[in-house]
Structure formats: structure tokens, C-alpha cells
Ligand binder design. Structure first.
Ligand SMILES: [Zn+2]
Length: 258
């Protein structure tokens, strides 16, 4: 379990992303209560609740206010999609509320606005990116909390890198609906056997820049989930991994001592 020091060392915020040792070492890790207790202990900050996204590979964003968080906290998993639908990003301005997503090759995007004190996390797979998950998340920060995108700091957690992510040509067409021809050429390099190599980090960077986030505020942990054997990768495993075996990425605003 590690934190994005780019955030934690400078701001009243705590971040975390897990690796394979976390679920291997912690008995009962697949249970949410167990996992949440480990997060709290590791982060060393009070966490009143951990919200796990109801991920559906979309561009949908859930804003957690006191009302929606209270409602969500009282629900079981079968009620959530009926009330809130699926969502791949969460935004909040409430301290001590941890927002959490899971990935195993997709890109976990941490976002924080130090001026308005807003935190967000987004699960960025190719489908979500094509559905606008990045501008939608920054857009919700702006719409609901007055975030100015130029203040936003962003970080990428472990994800499959542009040298390892082999995809078919049909993805180029999907990206062409959201990115310019020149951008698509930059995102997809020629691979072997008529395949292409897709760079998710570059795609998310392009989207962040378009929304007004500045390059120097975008930090990359540079961990490739496919190359690093200590991180979960669906591609390397050759199968979809259970959620509890994936990387959990979380962000929580800590209370400022004033
Ligand atoms: Zn790689």
C-alpha cells in the first residue's frame, strides 16, 4: 500500500493505492469492512466512510454531498444502481470521506483542488475516456464546488503503459469520436500483427489539458501494472480479476487544524 506523495506531502489530503501484497497479506481483505479498517490504519487519519464506485466503464460522475453520502451509506449494493445508476468517478468536498475505485490496468486518476478543497477519483479505462470521464469529473468539481481547473492537481496511479497495451483498430475509431486525427495518431502506435499500442496516460493528459489543468500539475507514478509483477493486471492474468484482487485507489480530504 503506497500513497501519492505528490499530494500527501503538500496538501491536507491522503491518497492510497494497493498492490498484490495487500490482499495476500490481509485475511478477509475481500470484505469491505476489513479493507476499510486497513485503509484507516494505514492512512492514520479518521475515515468516517469509504465509498466504492459502482463502476460501469462510463463517463458518469457521482457527487457526494452530505445528503447523497448519507443515502448511499445506508444502501446495499443492489439498491445503488437503481437510485444512482453506475458511475466511474466520485467528487466530494467533505473531509474524512474516502472515495475509492478499483483497477487492474485501467488508469486511476486522483484529482484535488487545493483552493476549494475538493477531492475526486476517476476510473479511466478506454470506454470511460471515450465517454468523457475526465472532463465530466473536472466539470463536476467546477459546477458543484467552483473549482478553477488551473488549480487542480492530478496524479495517475498504476496502469498499463503505452508500450504494453495492445489493442485492435476498432478502438481507434472509438477514440476518433472524441480526439482529433492528430491526437489519435499520437495515442496509437503501430504494434505487431496489425495491432496498435494505446497510451492511456497520454489520452488522460490530453483530456486534462483540454479542461484547463496545467502540465506541471499532472504527476505520474509511472507504475506499469502489466510489467510490475507486484501489481494486478487483467491483461497479464489473461482474465478478469475479482474486484478484491485489483488495485484499490483512494483519496480522502483530511480536516485542517486551524
Ligand atoms: Zn508497460
Amino acid at each position: 500500500m503506497r500513497s501519492v506523495s505528490f499530494f500527501d506531502d503538500r496538501f491536507p489530503v491522503k491518497t492510497v493505492y494497493t498492490d498484490n501484497s495487500d490482499w495476500q497479506r490481509n485475511e478477509g481483505w475481500q470484505r469491505i469492512e476489513k479493507r476499510n479498517a486497513v485503509f484507516q490504519e494505514c492512512l492514520g487519519t479518521p475515515i468516517h466512510h469509504v465509498f466504492h464506485a459502482y463502476q460501469v466503464d462510463s463517463g458518469n460522475v457521482l457527487v457526494l454531498t452530505e445528503e447523497s453520502a448519507a443515502e448511499l451509506a445506508g444502501m446495499d449494493k443492489t439498491q445503488i444502481p437503481k437510485r444512482f445508476g453506475g458511475y466511474d468517478a466520485m467528487v466530494t468536498a467533505m473531509p474524512n470521506i474516502m472515495l475509492c475505485i478499483c483497477t487492474a490496468d485501467c488508469l486511476p486518476l486522483f484529482l484535488y483542488d487545493p483552493v476549494r478543497e475538493v477531492a475526486a477519483i476517476a476510473h479511466c479505462g478506454w470506454r470511460g475516456i471515450c465517454d468523457g470521464i475526465v472532463p465530466n469529473t473536472v466539470g463536476k468539481m467546477a459546477e458543484c464546488f467552483d473549482t478553477d481547473p488551473k488549480h487542480v492537481v492530478a496524479a495517475f496511479g498504476p496502469c498499463i503503459c503505452g508500450k504494453c497495451y495492445e489493442v485492435g483498430g476498432e478502438l481507434k475509431e472509438a477514440f476518433a469520436r472524441r480526439f482529433s486525427t492528430r491526437e489519435v495518431e499520437e495515442l496509437f502506435r503501430e504494434g505487431r500483427r496489425e495491432k496498435f499500442l494505446l497510451d492511456l496516460r497520454k489520452a488522460v493528459t490530453m483530456e486534462l489539458r483540454r479542461t484547463g489543468v496545467t502540465s506541471e500539475r499532472i504527476h505520474d507514478t509511472r507504475i506499469c501494472s502489466y510489467e510490475r509483477l507486484d501489481y494486478p493486471s487483467c491483461r497479464r492474468a489473461g482474465t478478469h480479476l475479482d474486484a478484491h484482487r485489483q488495485t484499490f485507489s483512494g483519496i480522502v480530504l483530511t480536516q485542517r487544524m486551524e
